[in-house]
Each structure stands twice: as C-alpha cells, then as structure tokens.
Design a protein around this ligand. Structure first.
Ligand code: GLA
Length: 388
C-alpha cells in the first residue's frame, strides 16, 4: 500500500498537536547501470521511484526541532544549537541537513515534524537520500525562499552523509531523489554535474527489483574502504605521471592501471579494474539504448554484477543466488543495485518471462534461505516536491 498525505497528517496532528503544516515528498531511486562510479567522477544512470519519504513540517519559531518518526514510533527534540545533535540516525539525518543548510546561509529555525516512508529500509533504494532530500527541499522552501539550487540541495544530503553519518558516498542518490522525473531515467556526469533525461519506456520489458531482504548498511561498512582503494590508485598514477591532470579514476586509463600494479595492494587494483570496466559499460549501455538494443543492455548488467561480486566484492551469497536464478530464467539483465552488501537486484525482464521469473525466484530463494524475497515492480516517479 502506498503512503498518503493523510497517513502522515493524522499522525502529525496526534503527536505534535496544533495546526497542520506543509507537506513535502522525496523519492528513493533505482540505478540502471553505473555503480560506484559517482565518487570516481564517472557516469550514473538512475531514476526516482514512486516510493519515498513524506514529511509534514511546521515552523515553531524556536531553535528546537521536534520530530516524530511514524515508522519507528520514535519521538525526539533536539536543538539546532547543540553541536552534538541527536544520536539516532533517523533524527541525525534531519539535524545534519538543517546544519548543512545553515552553512549555505539559510536562516533555519526550529520546526515540528512527523515523517514516514515507503522505501523499504536497507534495500539499497536510498531511503536515507529520500529523507535528506525531503528535508533539504522543505527547509529551502520554508526558510530559504527557495534560493538554494537543486544541485546544492542534493549536495546538502551528500554532506550530511559525510559529516554526520560517516558514509563517504557520492552524489547519485541525492541527485536522483531531487531531480527525478516521472517516466525518465537520468544520465549524470558526476564530474561536471551535467545531466540528461532519458525517457524510459522499454517496449516489451519490465524493470523488477528483487529484495533479498538482507539489510544493506553502509555506515561503518567497507563502502568507505572501496572508496579509499580507488583514491590510492589515483595517487599512485599521479606519482608516476606528475604532469597528468587526474583527480579521479574517471581520468585513468587501462595502461596506467597496469603501470601502477606493483605500487598499491593487489586488492586496490582489483577494485579499480571494476571501476574502469564500469565506465566502459555505462557508455556501451547508452549506445545500446539509443538503438533500442535491450539484449546488450542486459548483458552489460550481468557483467556489472560479475564485477561487483568478484572485483569490487560488494555482493553476498543471497545476491549472487538471485543473479544465478535470473540467468536460469533467461532474464535479459540482472545485477546488484546500489552500494551492495545486501539489498536488491535490479532485473530487466521480457514481458513474457515475467510471471515465471517471479514465481521461480520467490520459490527457490525461499527454499534456500528460508525467507521470501520481495518483488518490486519499478515505476519511475517524480523528484522532491511540495504536496500540500
Ligand atoms: C550508495 C551511495 C552512492 C553510490 C552507490 C553505488 O548508494 O550512496 O553514492 O556510490 O552506493 O553506486
């Protein structure tokens, strides 16, 4: 069942009292291809989904935020002047966003809020980016006269992850949440910030997520280690080629990677091999999409899965199994989506194979792991917006 404004408003009035506030929404995201490329200056291909976060917010004229998480039935009050902020991550995102908006010069004041989401938590669909973008968008509207541009709102979410949560993520999730557009995927060049909308209407195919229900958790996870490996390789290339302009693996070539093979741990080279391959795959997918060649798109998705599993090593037994079953069912493309370490696979499935795939993957996964995976049909939705 999809979350509605009424669900949130009822709880807002019950837990915060008084008059209604304004209501904002921001979505989670999928990503067709281009994984772990964002913090390497590469391309990503995300789209917003219909599921997201909804928050009702009412300024209260103080320096205190009073927040109620409807999903977790948890209430907290915290001051904008408290340098430590709340501990629980669901409140910390809100505090972090408010502080980052202050850094941009927005005169943020206290507010009362109740919020809820229908993006499954830990599914790799960026429920946290949805929450950050929702509050960044709302604070801009309520206190900032909408003066902060959308890319900066996305960056506020990203710096919240860096500075308050400890995940050194790239920009993809927050970008997708803020800029999403119904029916379109987006190709973002994470180095220049330029992007294009791609209408997504693959005739004869569906995009389906299969949630392994293994929680993916990036904070304190090897996510940051992967990023460090990429940075080590960049440093090694720079050391060999001081004249070269290189900030990220985006600028690295296969030859340079070979040259520095003895200068950094083998593991770092393996990680960078994935990133360089992924860079090529995103471009191949763009070409294939222009020709309506979904078989090639699918093949690249399988290659990405292989790379994420064997080179980047962010898979797990459950995700590899979901990928194997997709292959057995002749699904066109399948791979881990998002950061990895659990969460969903994203599958490009021909219409006529859909029913059999869903039935088979559900039964086989349950037989092996004792729990049913959750099937989510992807509908590409709009980005951050005011609802009421
Ligand atoms: C997470 C991060 C993103 C991106 C993906 C992997 O979702 O938040 O910035 O790095 O992993 O593509």
């Amino acid at each position: 069942m999809r979350l509605t404004i009424d669900d949130v408003r009822q709880r807002f009035l019950k837990h915060l009292g008084g008059e209604p506030g304004s209501v904002y929404a921001s979505p989670g995201r999928i990503n067709l291809i281009g994984e772990h490329t964002d913090y390497n200056g590469g391309f990503v291909f995300p789209g917003a989904v219909e599921q997201g976060m909804i928050a009702e917010i009412r300024p209260n004229g103080t320096r205190t935020i009073k927040a109620y998480s409807i999903d977790l039935k948890d209430y907290a009050e915290f001051s904008l002047d408290d340098p430590a902020g709340p501990k629980a991550s669901h409140f910390r995102y809100i505090y972090g966003v408010a502080k980052e908006m202050e850094k941009l010069g927005v005169p943020v004041k206290g507010f009362d809020t109740a919020f809820a989401g229908d993006v499954p938590l830990g599914a790799g669909m960026s429920s946290s980016a949805a929450l950050e973008s929702c509050f960044a968008f709302a604070i801009n509207d309520l206190f900032g006269g909408n003066k902060i541009g959308k890319m900066d709102l996305a960056k506020v979410g990203q710096s919240t992850e860096h500075n308050y949560i400890g995940v050194n993520c790239g920009i993809m999730d927050q970008f997708a949440s803020v800029f999403g557009k119904k029916g379109s995927l987006m190709r973002l060049d994470c180095r220049s910030g330029e992007f294009e909308y791609f209408p997504w209407n693959p005739k004869g195919y569906k995009l389906v997520l299969v949630n392994s229900c293994c929680k993916h958790e990036l904070a304190g996870s090897p996510y940051n280690d992967r990023r460090n490996s990429c940075e080590n390789v960049v440093k090694a290339i720079k050391a060999k080629h001081p004249e070269k302009q290189i900030e990220t693996l985006r600028e690295a070539t296969w030859d340079e990677l070979k040259e520095v093979a003895g200068d950094v741990p083998a593991e770092d080279i393996k990680r960078a091999t994935f990133v360089l391959g992924e860079k090529d795959r995103v471009l191949a997918v763009c070409d294939a999409l222009e020709k309506g060649d979904y078989e090639t798109v699918g093949q690249k998705m399988y290659e990405t899965h292989y790379g994420l599993s064997k080179e980047y090593e962010v898979s797990c037994e459950e995700l590899d199994y979901l990928n194997d079953i997709a292959k057995e069912c002749s699904v066109t493309g399948s791979r881990i989506m998002g950061g990895g370490f659990g969460g969903c696979t994203i599958n490009l499935v021909a219409d006529e194979l859909y029913d059999n795939f869903v039935k088979t993957v559900t039964a086989k996964y349950k037989e092996k792991f004792g729990k049913e995976p959750i099937i989510i049909d992807v509908v590409i939705g709009d980005g951050s917006r005011k609802l009421a």
